[in-house]
Design a protein around this ligand. Structure first.
Ligand SMILES: NC(=O)c1ccc[n+]([C@@H]2O[C@H](COP(=O)([O-])OP(=O)(O)OC[C@H]3O[C@@H](n4cnc5c(N)ncnc54)[C@H](OP(=O)(O)O)[C@@H]3O)[C@@H](O)[C@H]2O)c1
Length: 292
């Protein structure tokens, strides 16, 4: 059985990217999806809050002794929400993960969604972070993910560090991409920060890469940067979006990094690009582009 635990935006893209097959796919969220619209008969939607022992016991009973491939995406990941209530975030991001791993599931492989925030800020010595570089997170979210990663590796499972992910939400609730596209289509300007450079990737490409990685015999406790070849600042991404929508680039307003800071409570790296050499070697790829 395939278990997508935390089947939000990345999870919905993964549901579309998974190849045809007969294995059941359990798509699990903290809240009920309403209305649940299975893409195929293989998909079973379930609710499980990782903070609830009762919910986890019910999930373990549902899965039984079936060997599971788990995509673990559940997280409180809004950087400012994590900063504002770190204890609530820790209960999901660290304690919840621990509880999940000890609730009696038969996990054959698990892929954990981590983030470039674990690294901190690029500098002259580290213009692109490699998997073995030291971790110096500059926000609480990055620190919690770094702690969660250690738990995942100690169990012999796989840590995937994603960059800024971009693309349609496919969920009931529109995301940043959806609202930006709608604004541009209606001639409304969008503000984009000149900075916050990341090795961005579309959700769709991230899900496709994840499917390909799942088919490989990876060593236990592996960590892989799953990102694009090149860093993009937020303003640059806004320009690409305007091009896609077919509207004037003048609708994309450039905010200085300083002006952008007023929107944030916790720190963001100005640049946190990652190196994807290991990923490309594993998958035999020459390049990984950002699809807008
Ligand atoms: N988006 C990015 O740019 C990005 C970048 C790097 C890493 N990541 C990581 O990738 C993962 C997926 O991100 P996403 O963009 O798909 O986010 P998302 O759409 O917000 O998905 C998060 C999922 O976690 C679930 N969840 C939250 N609290 C939970 C709890 N207490 N118990 C069980 N499930 C819970 C949510 O369920 P409900 O919807 O029912 O609340 C949702 O299904 C996250 O771990 C995130 O940290 C994302």
């Amino acid at each position: 059985m395939i278990l997508i635990f935390g089947c939000g935006i990345l999870g919905r893209h993964l549901l579309r990217a998974l190849p045809d097959g007969s294995e059941t796919i359990a798509a699990v969220n903290a809240h009920a999806i309403s209305p649940a619209q299975p893409l195929s008969e293989r998909i079973v939607y379930r609710v499980c809050d990782v903070r609830s022992g009762t919910d986890l016991a019910a999930l373990a009973a549902f899965c039984g002794s079936e060997p599971l491939t788990v995509y673990y995406f559940a997280a409180m990941h809004n950087i400012d929400a994590v900063f504002t209530d770190p204890a609530a975030a820790y209960a999901v991001n660290v304690d919840g993960l621990r509880a999940f791993l000890s609730c009696g599931l038969s996990i054959r492989q698990l892929f954990f969604a981590s983030t470039d925030c674990v690294y901190g800020e690029n500098d002259a010595l580290h213009p692109r972070f490699g998997e073995d570089d030291p971790l110096h997170p500059i926000n609480v979210y990055g620190a919690q993910k770094a702690e969660a990663e250690q738990i995942v590796r100690a169990h012999g499972f796989t840590v995937l560090r994603f960059p800024f992910l971009f693309g349609p939400s496919l969920c009931e609730k529109p995301n940043f991409y959806d609202t930006s596209v709608r604004k541009l289509q209606s001639g409304t300007p969008i503000d984009m920060i000149d900075g916050m450079t990341r090795s961005a990737l579309s959700y769709r490409t991230a899900a496709q890469l994840l499917v390909r990685l799942s088919a490989l015999p990876l060593p236990a406790g592996e960590t892989i940067n799953v990102c694009g070849d090149r860093g993009f600042g937020k303003y640059e991404i806004g320009l690409l979006l305007a091009e896609k929508v077919g509207c004037s680039a003048s609708l994309v307003h450039k905010l200085s990094a300083r002006e952008g800071e007023r929107f944030f409570k916790d720190r963001r790296a100005d640049s946190a690009c990652m190196d994807n050499t290991k990923l490309k070697r594993l998958l035999g790829l020459q390049s990984i582009e950002l699809e807008v």
